[in-house]
Ligand binder design. Structure first.
Ligand SMILES: [Zn+2]
Length: 300
């Protein structure tokens, strides 16, 4: 077979494979907001300049590309905090404080789900260096404050966000801080008196079993934000994992141990998800974040 024939036949093979593969939601045409929606990526340089000069804060969501069970997309941890920040930005504006949203950071640490296809891993040092560069660049543009939130539970990932914030502060003098919920601040052992740490409280309804990954909370959030990306037909088939603390400790060993503990990739109860609960939770998080940001910037 000559090169041209080979190319033609391999293209024909790819087309046949694509035709027989189940249609992806992206091909079907999603209706949710695109990843850059309401971020600085949609602004012109003059608009960014004016925002910096007006004293706007910068909001930055951190997620990862990571498996989220058979029913949620790999970008779940990016979609959710991005939606929370869009709402937090509205609340801040209503209260008289302007903010801009940096495009989300989506390459990160996947110690737990790294053994699954679809989970992309980077090293902490890579992430810290990139964060320090971005934060220094944002400072150079004239922005004084950056608030970093997380959509991904992996402890090392969140510790690395804190380390990146610390590196950015040291490199540029920018007032950057992680904006984490109180249980995460506690789990990481972060010093709440540090200017690089801002904790916020959200009321969580008590659950009978632990639900930490692609279960009820995340599926509910996605049903609210991006219902077209949830494989709703699969939800009734996904049995609750009904796991407790010992299972969580085993899962958190990560990689193959996590894959063995949760062969389908979720840890929780996706079938019980509900869009209106997802909406309420998102609203609660956005309000709690806006509150601590306003306290920090001296707003009301
Ligand atoms: Zn997640």
């Amino acid at each position: 077979m000559d090169r041209r024939t080979l190319l033609t036949s391999s293209l024909a093979g790819m087309a046949a494979a694509a035709a027989s593969a189940p249609e992806t939601r992206a091909q079907a045409g999603g209706s949710g907001p695109p990843p850059f929606a309401e971020t600085m990526a949609e602004m012109t340089w003059q608009e960014a300049d004016a925002a910096a000069k007006s004293g706007a804060s910068v909001l930055w969501a951190f997620g990862v590309i990571e498996q989220h069970g058979p029913h949620l997309p790999l970008g779940t941890d990016v979609y959710i905090p991005s939606a929370v920040l869009r709402r937090a930005r509205q609340i801040l504006a209503e209260r008289g404080h302007q903010a801009v949203i940096l495009p989300a950071f989506y390459w990160g640490i996947n110690q737990v789900s790294g053994a699954f296809p679809g989970s992309v891993e980077v090293q902490p040092a890579t992430m810290i260096a990139l964060m320090a560069d971005v934060l220094s660049s944002v400072k150079k543009q004239g922005f004084a404050r950056v608030f970093c939130t997380s959509g991904h539970g992996d402890a090392l990932h969140n510790k690395t966000i804190f380390d990146g914030v610390t590196a950015g502060r040291a490199a540029s003098g920018i007032d950057a801080a992680v904006l984490f919920n109180a249980p995460l601040v506690k789990r990481l052992g972060l010093d709440t008196a540090s200017p690089a740490v801002l904790g916020f409280e959200v009321a969580e309804s008590p659950a009978r079993f632990i639900d930490v990954h692609a279960g009820d909370p995340e599926t509910s959030a996605m049903l609210h934000i991006h219902p077209e990306l949830v494989r709703k037909d699969l939800l009734p088939t996904l049995k609750s994992t009904d796991y407790g603390p010992a299972d969580l400790a085993e899962w958190r060993k990560g990689q193959e141990a996590a894959r063995a503990k949760t062969p389908l990739g979720y840890f929780g109860d996706p079938a019980s998800a509900d869009a209106s609960r997802g909406a309420a939770r998102l609203e609660g998080q956005a309000k709690a974040m806006a509150e601590v940001i306003l306290a920090r910037v001296g707003g009301k």
